[in-house]
Design a protein around this ligand. Sequence first.
Ligand code: ADP
Length: 503
Amino acid sequence: MSTATDLIENASGMKAAQLSRRHFVAGMGALGATAALGLSGCAPKDRAQIAETGEDEEAEDFDAVIIGTGGAGLSAAIAAYDNGLTNLVLLEKMNVTGGNTNFSSSGMNASETKFQKEQGIEDSNDLFAQETLDGGHNTGDPELVTFMCDNSAEAIDWLDSLGITLDNITLTGGMSVKRCHRPTDGSAVGLTLVPGLVSAAEERGIPIRMKCEAKELIVNDGAVEGVLVDEGGKSKKLNAHAVILASGGLGANQEMVTKYRPDLAGYVTTNQPGATGDGYAMAEAVGAELVQMDQIQIHPTVEQETSTLIAEGVRGGGAILVNSEGNRFFNEMSTRDKVSAAELEQPGKFAWCVFDQQVYDNNKAVAKYDKAGIVVTGTDIADLATKIEVDPAALQTTVDAYNAITTDGATDEFGRTEGCIAFAPGAMYAIKVAPGIHHAMGGVRINANNQALDSDGNPIPGLFAAGEVTGGIHGNNRIGGNAVCDITVFGKNVGEVVAGMFA
Ligand code: ADP
């Protein structure tokens, strides 16, 4: 473990072998940045006091340890590496990389991007920020939201430079402008993003340690100086100047979910099994403030048997929601909280997501849902209605009224103005959906340097956080497409910030 004290010693050539090249070259210069970012300037005193597991664990030294290989962790590692911080490691407790980011279905919201400009879409960072804050009912942190939106176009360019091109742009609920950037073929973003970021990490030789679970942060005099991990049943100490929490959310931890939201007991979740909220517990244990932890987003279109999230792009591309009586009941393009609440008021607390062949063909994900056996197919409206046990006449009336918005310029009785595309005659489809636990919007409080803050707003030296584990960006309602923006912008940012400590 090298500390700021070591850096001074290192500048005079001592302990060089223990430090990375950048680190060695950095010497005294690093000390200023170190102090500015609140890194520990103290030599370790007594590690036994914090590691009750004893002194016999294996210890390794890093400049930075990143916990989690979702979009935030991978972005952080790549950005740190490209900014000169090469002595770093990524930890993943599961045996697959990518976390919930793998399942990101919509895309990445971003404003003032080169792709929007090429496609004649007028947008502004201010409008993006305003609609994000409005979507979260003004409970999001304006500083973090502004930072995210202002840096979103650069993040799109950065991903493009890594070979992750998101130039197919659509609309998500709560946004008035097409700014949800998807892969060229319109497929779910996660399946392009994660492999792209993993390849970029591998090309750089960034080590990813699979089935390596962070258990506890090592603290010394209030500063975080590493992580205790369990790797293959063995306890190890990974010492580090900076620990970046990128461990995602808590949806798969029923106990934690119901601790913050007792009303969500029994809900299915779209989250992967590793989303157990470890980061919140570790951060809280070292004095980090957790904010808005009761803000757990439920997503309105989750197929309940398989917990499959039906992408918002399906509704954005024209699909409607009808109840068991064959009637629409709400503006499908409204925010997730409102659509979920409306669904729960319907008989049986579910809805059918109904769409035609055009929607099927324009959303790559639909074929995947079909393959998974969750799509009901009808040769026409009446056939579909019979199959989903809805009155055919009622469904026909519903579709006719919906079509009239496009064909006759009729005003929608539910106020839907976006993504209204008349259904073509022919095959019709339906997926049974209900709300499911989707995203933790609360979490570790950070500033725009991604430093974890204590309850007085002071940075905890050595501790950083990015992605879903953080709180305050989305407020009490996250807009579809904003999570990928959040993890990319703040993941990239924390990598740059931490690398800057050694520059
Ligand atoms: P984000 O969208 O913020 O990047 P993800 O859910 O995509 O979040 O990724 C978080 C990753 O962190 C997941 O792959 C998850 O398995 C991993 N993770 C969670 N807790 C730990 C832990 N204690 N140690 C190592 N990895 C963890």
